[in-house]
Design a protein around this ligand. Structure first.
Ligand SMILES: [Zn+2]
Length: 134
């Protein structure tokens, strides 16, 4: 089950980000997975929970966005979502299409809670609580 390795990589990324932000605790990590990335979201959630339980990351939530693949037609330029592994352009029927997305496996965001400066954190609202990590 290679989802275990992917969950490990996600946690490595979270740990690396936290090293740059002393005093912060990770709350939630968001990842984007394309339908052709070969990752089972349920298996990934299961692996993630198994790896974080009884660790410093216990309670860290994993938010998986599962995205459909998109293709572009070389003949008419139409872009469309791939459903049922269609091999023809829905606009002109061309067979010459190219996949342009669907195999993503990337970080979307990391939500952290700032520890320490509690007064400032509550006064400034949610400013900076989310940021891109890729
Ligand atoms: Zn076309």
């Amino acid at each position: 089950m290679h989802e275990m390795g992917i969950a490990n990589s996600i946690l490595d990324g979270v740990a690396a980000e936290l090293r740059r932000r002393p005093g912060a605790r990770a709350i939630k990590v968001g990842v984007r997975i394309g339908q052709f990335a070969g990752v089972d979201p349920d298996a990934l959630r299961f692996a993630f929970e198994a790896l974080t339980i009884d660790t410093d990351f216990a309670g860290l939530q994993l938010d998986v966005e599962y995205t459909a693949g998109r293709s572009r037609c070389h003949d008419c330029g139409q872009q469309f979502e791939i459903s049922n592994y269609e091999l023809l352009c829905p606009a002109c029927g061309s067979m010459v299409i190219e996949r342009i997305s669907g195999d993503e496996l990337e970080f979307k965001y990391l939500e952290v809670e700032e520890l320490g400066d509690a007064e400032q954190a509550s006064a400034s609202g949610d400013c900076g609580s989310e940021r891109e990590v890729n």
